[in-house]
Design a protein around this ligand. Structure first.
Ligand code: HEC
Ligand code: HEC
Length: 376
């Protein structure tokens, strides 16, 4: 492949399949993958060095404090639409990567059905500053980053050694295109190990009140919602509802609205698309201007702004938009998923829903233990 211009911009899935066979299970990462993944995730050399803005996965999908000083983030970047290495807009908001191993389509509009393909396209494409005509050069560059013994990964262990150890792969025996594909594969395997911690006040609440945390496999969401409703009825009837510290009465009302699917008012219908435990069904839903994947709803304060184009700065704004979608669906507007039409909420429901969604913010294990035993 060296030096050969490949006209097609899509990644070569065949190469990936030949090299590695079927995808490894998310929960069973190979030994050493954590270090290799961490190194590749922060690697700045995949950039077209002719650009002035250094990009790594960790720049747009960062964890912890944001480089721009915009506060904590959770594998996202606090930017409405992420900037490429060439400082062009991607037109899309960076998605959190937690829990994405549960999905089988990737990107807000589900344009990729292979995470490996999507990541390879990042490494040798627009995001890292490579123009469409520069594919061969980009592949050479990606391969060089992994093969060059003079360049140490952040951990100090050369990639050549790490690929040998983790995958038993001798990079030097491969075509350049295969080396680039190997980088994408390792990054996809690593990304599949990233998950939510499931340690929010909401999780403590479900423990304390023995609510079912998620539907069974293939369970109808209406059935799951009904089981939550009957548990609420039961507990309230016996005055047994417990709320962890800080889980207000208002948040509790929001919880009920979120899971309510039948009634005349305060019907969120949210649970039909935002399915626990991550609060996504990983499916596409029509919003009029296109079909977009339901985002998960944990750790929202660390993933703003919201929606595929980052157009909503706050949760309130998202809910205003969802109310408009509900109207549009009831008016049978083309391209709007009828499931939105079953949302029947008013202004009065917004604050409770927002407070409930903030209960999905995850805390460290120590705080979680505190919430488990301290309730109001
Ligand atoms: C320039 C910013 C930027 C960089 C750098 C970047 N991403 Fe992304 N990433 C995005 C954006 C924006 C999206 C949403 C793309 C879309 O919807 O088309 C995304 C989407 C994804 C998705 C799909 C998530 C989902 O829920 O479908 C994965 C997986 C991913 N990125 C992994 C990576 C990895 C691994 C790297 C490093 C090789 C990386 N990204 C580098 C901005 C970035
Ligand atoms: C028909 C499926 C569906 C229903 C019902 C639904 N949502 Fe959504 N939700 C989506 C989709 C799809 C998006 C992304 C839309 C976009 O990118 O423009 C979204 C986005 C969001 C976001 C933004 C999250 C982010 O990271 O960008 C929040 C918050 C949210 N929904 C909350 C709710 C609440 C609360 C309810 C109930 C009142 C609800 N949703 C009902 C499908 C749904």
């Amino acid at each position: 492949m060296k030096g050969t211009k490949v006209a097609c911009s899509a990644a070569p899935p065949i190469v990936l399949a030949l090299l590695f066979g079927a995808s490894a299970a998310a929960q069973d990462p190979p030994e050493g993958l954590d270090q290799l993944g961490t190194d590749l995730f922060a690697e700045l050399l995949f950039n077209n060095q002719g650009t002035d803005y250094a990009i790594a996965c960790s720049v747009c999908h960062g964890l912890g404090e944001s480089v721009a000083g915009k506060g904590e983030r959770f594998y996202a970047d606090h930017t409405p639409t992420s900037l490429t290495a060439g400082r062009e807009t991607t037109d899309r908001n960076a998605q959190t990567l937690a829990g994405v191993f549960r999905a089988d389509v990737f990107g807000w509009d589900g344009a990729w059905d292979s995470m490996e393909d999507m990541i390879l396209e990042k490494l040798i494409g627009k995001q890292y500053g490579w123009k469409p005509g520069a594919r061969a050069e980009a592949i050479d560059n990606a391969a060089y980053v992994l093969l060059d013994e003079g360049h140490n990964a952040i951990s100090g262990v050369p990639y050549l050694e790490q690929f040998q150890e983790v995958y038993g792969l001798d990079l030097e025996s491969l075509e350049r295109e295969e080396v680039a594909a190997a980088a994408a594969r390792a990054l996809a395997d690593y990304t599949r190990t990233i998950d939510f911690s499931m340690t929010s006040r909401w999780d403590a609440f479900t423990e304390q009140n023995r609510f079912r945390k998620e539907p069974n496999a293939d369970e109808d969401m209406l059935n799951y919602a009904a089981s939550i409703e009957s548990r609420i009825f039961n507990q309230e009837g016996r005055n047994l509802i417990r709320r962890p510290e800080g889980f207000t009465e208002t948040a509790y009302e929001g919880f009920k609205t979120f899971f309510r699917v039948f009634d005349l008012e305060s019907v969120g219908n949210c649970v039909r698309c935002h399915v626990p435990p991550t609060f996504s069904d990983y499916s596409l839903h029509g919003i009029g201007s296109g079909n977009f994947k339901t985002p998960p709803l944990r750790n929202l304060p660390r993933t703003d702004p919201y929606l595929h184009d980052g157009s909503a700065a706050t949760i309130e704004e998202v809910l205003q938009g969802h109310m408009e979608l509900a109207e549009a669906a009831r008016a049978e507007q083309e391209g709007v998923d009828p499931l939105f039409g079953e949302i029947r909420i008013s202004e009065a429901d917004v604050e409770p829903l927002v407070q409930y969604l903030l209960m999905l913010d995850e805390v460290d294990p120590e705080d979680f233990r505190y919430y488990l035993i301290n309730f109001e």
